[in-house]
Design a protein around this ligand. Structure first.
Ligand code: ZN
Ligand code: ZN
Length: 265
């Protein structure tokens, strides 16, 4: 069983999951490592509060990690929402606590969450995806304090036209630019199975991008189910391992103290 390095708990604005229940489920699946990656997004304008209560998180998580150490290795991470103007604020935020692992994700496009249908109303899917990839590329110039890029290409999950018309090769040039930049900076990506639970036939990023990342020399890749409930931890991981092998990976990564550790697939 692969280690799950993208998990949300009640410390995220959109989850009520008990961290203990998450660890119980992970142990029952035979998982050896897990990393909590609760949300932190600055200035999220909708009803949910996505600011991580970092003091409460850090007064709770280390005790849990130490108490469960005989059963499962726990890493303490965060999923930060990257936006072009947020680079220095994120740097300060991440430096305040000794995170093991930081996912950088794009959740807002010029302040708009593509989760909501409004975002899609005045554009084609192609325009929406091109905007998404171009904004990601721009955030890489200002936001540097993360270890892997989260769920690349996930916004297609929210297209009102569904994922069946998604043609990742339309965006290959933009994705390659992003992947090359990440590789050059010593950063990685994740394989995220969260959409597969909701019916997608492929993980994010699409296998085409996984393969291209490996061909370009990318080695650092974590695996995460993006679970917001205990029973979704490790969801789709058998398929995830197959996708990784098909893309040419022989190892995947976990992180400790912001350093990747390579484990065989
Ligand atoms: Zn996310
Ligand atoms: Zn997430």
């Amino acid at each position: 069983m692969l280690s799950d390095f993208h998990v949300h708990t009640r410390f995220s604005g959109d989850s009520e999951a008990d961290p203990e229940a998450i660890l119980d489920h992970a142990v029952s699946m035979g998982m050896r490592h897990i990393c909590f990656t609760d949300h932190h997004d600055f200035d999220y304008q909708y009803e949910t509060d996505f600011n991580l209560p970092a003091e409460a998180y850090w007064s709770y998580m280390p005790e849990l990690r130490d108490r469960r150490a005989g059963q499962i290795a726990v890493s303490i991470g965060v999923e930060t929402g990257l936006e072009v103007p947020m680079g220095s604020r994120l740097h300060t935020f991440v430096a305040e606590h000794p995170y093991d692992f930081v996912i950088g994700s794009c959740h807002l496009l010029n302040g708009i969450d593509p989760y909501y249908p409004d975002f899609w109303q005045d554009k084609t899917d192609r325009e929406a995806l091109e905007l998404y990839f171009s904004i990601i590329r721009a955030t890489l110039d200002t936001c540097r304090d993360f270890d892997v890029y989260g769920h690349l290409d996930y916004i297609i999950r929210y297209s009102p036209n569904g994922i069946q018309n998604y043609n990742p090769s339309d965006y290959l040039e933009q994705a390659e630019d992003i992947l090359k930049t990440l590789i050059a900076e010593g950063k990685g990506i994740e394989l995220n199975t969260g959409g597969m639970y909701k019916g997608s036939v492929f993980p994010n990023p699409h296998p085409l991008f996984l393969k291209r990342y490996r061909e370009l020399g990318g080695e650092i890749i974590t695996v995460g189910a993006d679970a917001h409930k205990p029973d979704l931890v490790g969801y789709g991981f058998q398929q995830a391992a197959e996708y990784l092998k098909e893309a040419g990976f022989r190892y995947y990564c976990i992180f400790k103290e912001r350093k990747p550790i390579f484990l065989p697939l």
